[in-house]
Write a protein that binds this ligand. Structure first.
Ligand code: SF4
Length: 249
C-alpha cells in the first residue's frame, strides 16, 4: 500500500490471509487519529438510539465501534439506505453536514473533526480564485468548510470532481481538493485549464511515500507489515461489510 495507514488496515481487514505492507510506516491520516475510542464509546452510551456512521478515514480500532463506514462518494446513498433515522456521523463534520443537506429526512449528530488539509481553504481563497479566474467553475470536495462548499458549482468526491471536469464543456476549473488531483486532471484533459483553490491544499502525509520507499519495502528493507488483532479485525470488518451491503443496489 502506497497510501496512508487506514487504507492498508482496511486492505488487511478484507484480506487477512494476505501479507499487507505499508511502504512508508509514517504515512498516516491526521483525521483518522482525531477521535479516540474512549470518546466514541462515551458518545455511543449517550446516544444509544443512533446508528454510528464513520468516514472510512478512521483507525481499525475506531471502526470496531462503528455500525457502518462510508466513503465520500457513497455516503449519501448508504445513509439513505440505513433504516434508522438517527445518525451519529464521525469524524468529519463538514462531510457530515454536506450529507445531512441531501438526506433531510434523517437527524444527525456530529463530532468536531475534519481533514486539516481541506480545512486550510476558506472563502477568502474562493473570492481570490474567482477574481483571478472569472470564467472557471469551482469544484470542491465535501471535506471543505461550508463557507467554501456553499460557493461551489459542484461538490463531490475526488472521482466525482474528475468525472465532472472531464465530461463538462467548460474549459476552466478551480479545484478545491488535495492539489495532486490537478496534476491528474491536467494530464487527462490537456485542452482544459485547472487552478488550485489554494496552493496550500497539499497533504504531506499522502505525499510522504517515495518511489525509494516502495523499492525498499519490496526488498524487505523498510516499510511495515500490517498486523491486526483478530478480534479487532473481525469487529472492524463488520462496518466495512455493512458499507458494501448498504452501498450496493
Ligand atoms: S487529505 Fe490527508 S489528512 Fe486529509 S483525509 Fe486525506 S489523508 Fe487524511
Amino acid at each position: 500500500m502506497c497510501g496512508v495507514r487506514f487504507m492498508a488496515e482496511t486492505v488487511k481487514m478484507l484480506s487477512p490471509e494476505k501479507r499487507v505492507f505499508l511502504s512508508n510506516k509514517d504515512a498516516g491520516c491526521p483525521m483518522a487519529d482525531q477521535l479516540d475510542v474512549e470518546l466514541l464509546q462515551s458518545l455511543k452510551e449517550h446516544n444509544p438510539d443512533h446508528t454510528v456512521v464513520a468516514y472510512i478515514n478512521t483507525t481499525a480500532e475506531l471502526k470496531t465501534l462503528c455500525d457502518v463506514c462510508v466513503t465520500s462518494s457513497s455516503a449519501v446513498k448508504i445513509i439513505k439506505n440505513i433504516e434508522n433515522d438517527k445518525i451519529l456521523f464521525v469524524p468529519d463534520c463538514n462531510l457530515g453536514a454536506w450529507v445531512e443537506k441531501q438526506v433531510p429526512e434523517k437527524t444527525f449528530k456530529f463530532t468536531h473533526g475534519g481533514c486539516p488539509t481541506h480545512l486550510r481553504m476558506s472563502k477568502r481563497n474562493v473570492a481570490k480564485a474567482k477574481r483571478e479566474h472569472p470564467d472557471a467553475l469551482l469544484l470542491v470536495h465535501p471535506e471543505c468548510l461550508a463557507e467554501v462548499s456553499n460557493e461551489a458549482d459542484y461538490i463531490g468526491s475526488t472521482t466525482g470532481i474528475m468525472n465532472f471536469a472531464k465530461q463538462s464543456d467548460h474549459k476552466e476549473f478551480i479545484i478545491g481538493t488535495e492539489n495532486s488531483v490537478l496534476q491528474h486532471l491536467q494530464y487527462e484533459c490537456p485542452d482544459k485549464k485547472f487552478y488550485p483553490l489554494s496552493k496550500d491544499c497539499v497533504c504531506h502525509n499522502m505525499k510522504l511515500t517515495t518511489l525509494n520507499d516502495v523499492y525498499q519495502c519490496v526488498k524487505n528493507l523498510a516499510g511495515e507489515e500490517i498486523t491486526l488483532d483478530e478480534e479487532i479485525r473481525v469487529k472492524a470488518l463488520n462496518s466495512i461489510n455493512e458499507m458494501i451491503r448498504l452501498g450496493g443496489n
